[in-house]
Design a protein around this ligand. Structure first.
Ligand code: ATP
Ligand code: MG
Length: 254
């Protein structure tokens, strides 16, 4: 069965896109059929998959607006054995243009229907906002994956997100669950990070992935080469951490 995961956190720069790209590549390398959906007008998941966003004439924007079918927009990631629904800044206009459309929160869900069975996992890289795009991600998903940095304000931001998830459950998607919380850019020498990490485990228990993503410069460098880290420096701590995360997820689903 297909599992659709929205990679989301309204806080910017916490590692959503890095997680989406590297988890897509790691799950694909483990033999799973993977689709990555870029749902952010920044188009970082598109560029990080080796696709030049500014040359694209068909993107997720056209899918959401209903002018293109999803299979016409789908491409292969240049590096990494996964498929991609790309985005670029066109998507920034979608929110305003979707306001008058019917079922505006479930347009992604509906668009995915014809192709979802072709995949084991579909990952949705959400933008850093609780907006209509993210709402489409949450309505279209079975579960959310929340990357977060272990900082002082992280837990506060998390409670906003958990409240949003509850509202989406009540109104649109009753079966939406939290798949897991992922500690990103982790520095074990930082005492505050340790404390926040401990609190996270107290509150969320088994929902916190065992795998921790360390701060690792290879993860930050890889996108400028349009590659997931495992195709840039496979032995780097960052690439290995995402390979371990994929293994943890696959083991849990067995
Ligand atoms: P946005 O909210 O803008 O979409 P995001 O949550 O998708 O951001 P990323 O783009 O994945 O976050 O990461 C933010 C920055 O931090 C990027 O420059 C990325 O390369 C870098 N980065 C992400 N994870 C790590 C890591 N584990 N170690 C070092 N750098 C990282
Ligand atoms: Mg991002």
């Amino acid at each position: 069965m297909t599992i659709i995961l929205a990679v989301t956190n309204q806080k910017g720069g916490v590692g959503k896109t890095t997680t989406s790209i590297n988890l897509a590549a790691s799950l694909a390398a483990a033999g799973r059929r993977i689709l990555l959906i870029d749902l952010d007008p920044q188009g970082n998941a598109t560029m990080g998959s080796g696709v030049e966003k500014n040359l694209l004439t068909s993107t997720i924007y056209h899918v959401l607006l209903g002018t293109e079918g999803i299979s016409d927009v789908r491409i292969s990631a240049t590096q990494g054995k996964y498929d991609l629904i790309p985005a670029n800044r066109d998507l920034a206009g979608a929110e305003v243009e979707m306001v008058d459309l019917s079922h505006r929160e479930s347009r992604l869900k509906t668009a995915l229907e014809p192709i979802k069975n072709e995949y084991d996992y579909i990952l949705i890289d959400c933008p850093p906002a609780l907006n209509l795009l993210t709402l489409n991600g949450l309505c279209g998903a079975d579960a959310v994956m929340i990357p977060m940095q272990c900082e002082y304000y992280a837990l506060e931001g998390l409670s906003d997100l958990v409240n949003t998830i509850k509202k989406v459950r009540a109104k649109f998607n009753p079966s939406l669950r939290i798949e897991g919380l992922l500690r990103t850019m982790f520095d074990p020498r930082n005492i505050l990070a340790q404390q926040v990490s401990d609190q996270l485990q107290q509150h969320f228990g088994k929902k916190v992935y065992r795998t921790v993503i360390p701060r690792n410069v290879r993860l930050a460098e890889a996108p400028s080469f349009g590659k997931p880290a495992m195709y840039y420096d496979k032995l780097s701590k960052g690439a290995q951490a995402y390979i371990a995360l994929a293994e943890e997820i696959l083991q849990a689903s067995n």
